[in-house]
Design a protein around this ligand. Structure first.
Ligand code: ADP
Ligand code: MG
Length: 235
């Protein structure tokens, strides 16, 4: 669980007249669960890329607890992300040719010389939890909904402090999207992680406790919302 503080952030891309993202002041408490929403092109992915350190901070400050991302090199940000962040992307970013369980463990294998004790067991438990029974099934033979559930398990393995999802349900049909949303919210809450979900899908956004609405790279509203009732996920 980490807090996030953003001050005077501006992200510009060549060819754009205005910054793609401009956030004067934003704070998240540890364990807070928020949605970032708004129309296509409003800056959601840019926000995700900045707070996860995928994109470099050139103007302003982005700090997770005591870590100022702007002060880290790209390799330093990669190390920080591997240790602290679980990521779920719109189009899964799974590695074809590898099994479900090897996909869940791959980032941990890449980040460390050897897997920490218990990591394989944790990966197995998480995959079962998200409803993947065949741990050795190659991911390219899975349905899109199954692939995203593998990606949710991968984001949670190793007990990250922060889970970040960019349009996690956008490429799924309504039923698989709902299942993935249930699992993501349920597991994030159980783990107590700080959760950031970028989405333009109302049925997902409505279920988070705080909603940032963006337009043209600006936060135009930031409001708490009562939590909608949820369909329980079978254990
Ligand atoms: N690498 C880039 N180079 C130039 N413009 C970019 C780049 N990435 C994003 N943009 C522009 O920044 C704006 C915000 O994009 P993005 O963050 O992807 O929005 P969203 O995820 O809300 O659809 C858009 O105008 C987009 O075209
Ligand atoms: Mg996007």
């Amino acid at each position: 669980m980490l807090s996030l503080a953003i001050r005077d952030l501006e992200v510009s891309f060549p060819g754009l007249e205005r910054p793609a993202l401009a956030i004067p002041d934003l704070s998240l408490a540890p364990g807070e669960r928020i949605a970032v929403t708004g129309p296509s092109g409003c800056g959601k992915t840019t926000f995700i890329n900045i707070v996860t350190g995928l994109e470099r901070v050139r103007r302003g400050r982005v700090s997770w607890q005591d870590t100022d991302l702007a002060a880290l090199s790209e390799a330093g940000r990669d190390r920080w992300r591997a240790k602290n962040v679980g990521l779920v992307m719109q189009d899964f970013h799974l590695f074809p040719g590898l099994s479900a369980i090897d996909n869940v463990l791959l980032p941990k294998r890449l980040a460390a010389f050897r897997l920490a004790a218990g990591m394989a067991g944790e990966a197995e438990r998480l995959l079962k939890r998200v409803g993947i029974e065949r741990l050795d099934q190659p991911v390219e033979t899975m349905s899109r909904g199954q692939m995203q559930r593998v990606a949710v398990a991968r984001a949670l393995v190793g007990k990250p402090s922060v889970v970040v999802a960019d349009e996690p349900t956008a490429s799924l049909d309504a039923d698989s999207g709902a299942a993935v949303a249930d699992l993501l919210l349920e597991l994030a809450e159980a783990a107590g992680v700080t959760l950031i979900v970028a989405s333009h899908e109302r049925r997902l956004v409505d279920r988070l406790e705080r909603v940032l609405r963006m337009e043209s790279g600006r936060i135009v509203s930031d409001a708490p919302q009562a939590r909608a009732s949820r369909v329980p996920v079978p254990a």
